[in-house]
Write a protein that binds this ligand. Structure first.
Ligand code: ATP
Length: 270
C-alpha cells in the first residue's frame, strides 16, 4: 500500500495531513501571524479533488484564518500555498446585497447576456429549491432561504473548491438538518472539494469524508470516515467521543440537533 494511504488507514492523530488522490489544495509549512501573535505555524494540508473535509477547533484556534487563506482573502506571498482560483465561499451570514433581487445576487459577477445569466441563476436557484423566490428581495427571505441563495451564488460558478465557514450555525436545528441534506445533494451533483468550518462535531461526522481538528494553528487530529453517509450511526459514537476529547471538552461542540448521539435524520437519505 502507498505509504500515504497506510498512514491514513491508521486514523492516526498526527501531522502531516495527506490525501491519497492528487491534491487540489496544498499548503506546506504554512504560517500566519498578526503582529507578534502567531496564529498558524508550520501547517501542512492537502485536500483532494472532490473531497469533503470538515474543520473543527476551539474558538480562536485559527479556523477562519485558514479558511481566509484558502479563499484568497489574505496575502500569502512567499509561502508555499497552492489553491485553485476556481473557488467560492459561503459564510455564516448570507451576505446578500439587499438592493438586488435574489436572482441578481446569484448572478453577481457572471458575465454574458442578461437572459443567459438569468437562466444560470434560475437553474442554481432551482437546485436549492427556491424557484419561487427568483424576484424576491433579500430582506424578505428567512435565514434558511438566504443561506440557500448564498449556496446557489457559490455553486453557479461551478467552483472546484467550496469553502463553508459555519454556514448553518445561525439556523434552527431542523433547518440545519435540511441544509445538511441539501449540501450533500449539491456536493454529489457538482463534486467540488469542500472545506467546512464548524463547531458541531456531529455535523462534521455526518457530512465529511475527513475531519480535522485545529489547535493553536496546528492540525492535532484527523479522522477519515470510510463509512457511507447513510451508515454512520455506529462509527459516529466512538468518533464523536474521540473528537470531543481532542477538543478538550470545551462546550459548544455538541450538536443542538435533537437526535440520539451522533445519529442524524438525514443518514436515512445520504
Ligand atoms: N485581522 C486580525 N488581526 C489580528 N488578530 C486576528 C485577526 N484575525 C484573527 N485574529 C486572531 O487570530 C486568532 C484566530 O482567529 P480565527 O478567527 O482564525 O479563529 P477561529 O478558530 O475561527 O475562532 P472562532 O471559532 O471563534 O470563529 C484569534 O486570536 C484572533 O483574535
Amino acid at each position: 500500500m502507498d505509504a500515504r494511504l497506510s498512514f491514513l488507514a491508521d486514523h492516526t492523530i498526527a501531522e502531516p495531513v495527506l490525501t491519497p488522490a492528487a491534491p487540489l489544495v496544498r499548503l506546506k509549512n504554512f504560517s500566519r501571524s498578526f503582529g507578534a501573535n502567531t496564529i498558524i505555524s508550520g501547517l501542512d494540508l492537502e485536500i483532494a479533488e472532490g473531497e469533503f473535509v470538515a474543520l473543527l477547533g476551539r474558538s480562536g484556534s485559527g479556523k477562519t484564518t485558514l479558511l481566509r487563506t484558502l479563499a484568497g482573502l489574505d496575502d500569502v506571498r512567499g509561502q508555499d500555498v497552492d489553491v485553485p482560483s476556481s473557488r467560492a465561499v459561503v459564510f455564516q451570514d448570507a451576505r446578500l446585497l439587499p438592493w438586488k433581487k435574489v436572482w441578481r445576487n446569484v448572478a453577481l459577477g457572471l458575465k454574458g447576456l442578461t437572459g443567459r445569466v438569468r437562466l444560470k441563476a434560475e437553474k442554481a436557484l432551482h437546485e436549492v429549491g427556491l424557484d419561487h423566490r427568483l424576484d424576491a428581495w433579500p430582506l424578505t427571505l428567512s435565514g434558511g432561504e438566504a443561506q440557500r441563495v448564498a449556496l446557489a451564488r457559490a455553486l453557479v460558478r461551478e467552483p472546484k473548491l467550496l469553502l463553508l465557514d459555519e454556514p448553518f450555525a445561525a439556523l434552527d436545528a431542523l433547518t440545519r438538518l435540511k441544509m445538511h441534506d441539501l449540501v450533500l445533494a449539491l456536493w454529489k451533483a457538482h463534486r467540488p472539494a469542500v472545506l467546512m468550518v464548524t463547531h458541531d462535531v456531529d455535523e462534521a461526522i455526518a457530512l465529511a469524508d475527513r475531519v480535522l481538528v485545529l489547535d493553536q494553528g496546528r492540525i492535532v487530529a484527523q479522522e477519515r470516515i470510510h463509512a457511507a453517509r447513510g451508515e454512520r450511526g455506529e462509527v459516529s459514537r466512538g468518533l464523536r467521543a474521540k473528537l470531543l476529547s481532542v477538543l478538550g471538552g470545551e462546550p459548544g461542540h455538541e450538536s443542538v440537533i435533537p437526535f440520539p448521539h451522533g445519529v442524524h435524520a438525514h443518514e436515512a437519505v445520504a
